[in-house]
Design a protein around this ligand. Structure first.
Ligand code: NAD
Length: 489
């Protein structure tokens, strides 16, 4: 470590070895609670990405051909090891990302659960036999793609590493992971634990860096499938790059998620779910409860109660386990601040918050914007911060239509005591996940993904394995001699 270094250096992980970046470039990772750099991370360029993809290609056949039961046991060891190191991993994640350490710990335990869940699937990835008549046998095989590129955002870095890497490995793929530039540390730590658990060298590679590193990865012709989690704008760029080599993509993008509060609901319970839905991880959650669409008869009471809860939040460094930590970067905090200003210009009322506390770090107060109209930008664009927009509706309005009226379709929630109304709404809501009388209603076992511009494909659950397996159909003739089958017959 030289005097110029801001902290320990993290080199790339390529083919089981730590490698200095070809360019010699490193970027600082910053503690968002103080703004101080505390580690340096290598920036991978095209040359490094090429080496990582080649290492993954070389390692792939061995991992693919490993007995699936052994792959499963290896994943179980990774899960155990993550649990054993949960406190350390949570501390690293909390410092790098900013979130309260108890939330970071929950992310890490959930990451272990991904490895455990897909460990159980590794030896059950069965094809089927197809009844095509006598004299023939026909069956399908489910085979891994090869090398999976995993591009991760900064809001749940370690957890999203596990969400993509665990099913990819269970299915027999090798991976090249690119963490976000502001939160790269947990990816390196997870990759080390994979190696210690017995994943062969080169099966898990990590190349840190920013957008240029990501675009080098998605443009590489040695990548067989891409899993991208991030914003719609970057997802569109990833899809365009993938088109060059016809590489399949799974895109998990943003949301502008409606929480519909019907007049018959248990208001205190709804407020409590929505409060956690919008303020957890400082609102930096793709499935945050961004828009509360509230019946006018309970609107005033809803706003009063959620304001009271927002004002009770204590903000502090993640390590102190406050209710809410800082936002992940200064640039992001300024973006959130701008959105609040846009909302005010558009006619929304700041019922509480809207400011940063007067001390160091990238903090932003839990904010409630009232009198929001769904056509406003603050109701249409993803803010990705602790900012709730509250939209009133009346008896003549259709709250589900208001909820659906965005380009996004990730999650949606309804709060009502009426079971018929709840299920009717669930049928009509244009979202990949619907929560009834709760928020964040998904687990590692349940499929997750977006309708409309919120994405393509599904993560989590058994559905996620489809992103990492391709079907091969095998047709066998049991008769002797030539034949005359025509194509497509
Ligand atoms: P982002 O799109 O800016 O970046 C995501 C990742 O892509 C980062 O690793 C970034 O370095 C990389 N990247 C940037 N340019 C690239 C390019 N041209 N090619 C390839 N990779 C590139 O997103 P972000 O700001 O890091 O994350 C926030 C977004 O992620 C929000 O929109 C949020 O809703 C979304 N998100 C979605 C889910 C989900 O499951 N649907 C989960 C978490 C976050």
């Amino acid at each position: 470590m030289t005097d110029q270094q801001s902290g320990p250096r993290h080199d790339l992980l390529i083919g089981g070895e730590r490698a200095e970046p070809a360019s010699g470039e490193y970027l600082d990772t910053v503690d968002p609670a103080t703004g101080d750099a505390f580690a340096e991370v290598a920036v991978a360029d095209d040359t490094d990405v090429d080496r990582a993809v080649r290492a993954a290609r070389d390692a792939f056949p061995t991992w693919r051909d490993t007995d699936p039961a052994v792959r499963g046991r290896t994943l179980n060891r990774i899960a155990e090891s993550i649990r054993d190191h949960a406190d350390d991993l949570a501390a690293v994640e909390s410092r790098d990302q900013g979130k309260p350490v108890s939330q970071a710990r929950s992310d890490i335990v959930s990451a272990a659960r991904y490895f455990e869940y897909y460990a159980g699937a590794a030896d059950k990835l069965e094809g089927r036999s197809v009844p095509v008549g006598t004299g023939q046998v026909d069956y399908t095989l489910r085979e891994p793609y090869g090398v999976s590129a995993q591009i991760i955002p900064w809001n749940f870095p370690g957890n999203l590493f596990a969400r993509g890497v665990a099913p990819a490995l269970a299915a027999g793929n090798a991976v090249v992971v690119k963490p976000a530039p502001t939160t790269p540390l947990s990816a390196y730590r997870f990759a080390e634990l994979c190696a210690e658990a017995g994943v062969p060298e080169g099966v898990v590679n990590v190349v840190s860096g920013g957008g240029d590193t990501g675009s080098a990865l998605t443009a590489h012709d040695g990548i067989d499938t891409i899993t991208f989690t991030g914003s719609v704008a970057t997802g569109q760029r990833v899809m365009t790059a993938a088109a060059e080599h016809v590489t399949p993509v799974t895109l998990e993008l943003g949301g502008k998620n409606p929480a519909i509060v019907y007049p018959d609901t248990d208001l205190e319970a709804a407020v409590s779910w929505i409060e956690r839905g919008i303020f957890t991880n400082g609102g930096q959650v793709c499935s945050a409860a961004d828009r509360a669409i509230v019946h006018e008869s309970v609107y005033k009471a809803f706003v009063e109660r959620i304001v009271a809860r927002a004002e009770s939040y204590d903000l502090g460094p993640g390590a102190d386990d406050p209710d809410m930590g800082p936002l992940n970067s200064e640039q992001h905090r300024e973006r959130v601040r701008e959105y609040v200003a846009v909302g005010v210009e558009e006619g929304a009322t700041v019922a509480t918050g809207g400011e940063s506390p007067d001390h160091e770090g990238y903090f932003f107060e839990p904010t409630v914007l009232a009198d929001v109209d769904n056509r406003m930008r603050i109701a249409q664009e993803e803010i990705f911060g602790p900012v709730l927009s509250v939209i009133p509706y009346g008896d003549d309005d259709d709250p589900v239509a208001i909820g659906n009226d965005t380009n996004y379709g990730l999650v949606a929630g309804v709060f009502t005591e009426d079971v018929r109304r709840a299920h009717r709404a669930a049928q009509r809501l244009e979202a990949g996940n619907v929560y009834i009388n709760k928020w964040f209603g998904d687990t590692n076992q349940t499929p997750f993904g977006g309708y409309k511009q919120s994405g393509i494909g599904r993560e989590k659950g058994l559905e996620a394995l489809e992103s990492y397996l391709q079907s091969k159909n095998v047709a066998v003739n049991l008769e002797r001699g030539g034949g005359g089958d025509l194509p497509g017959a």
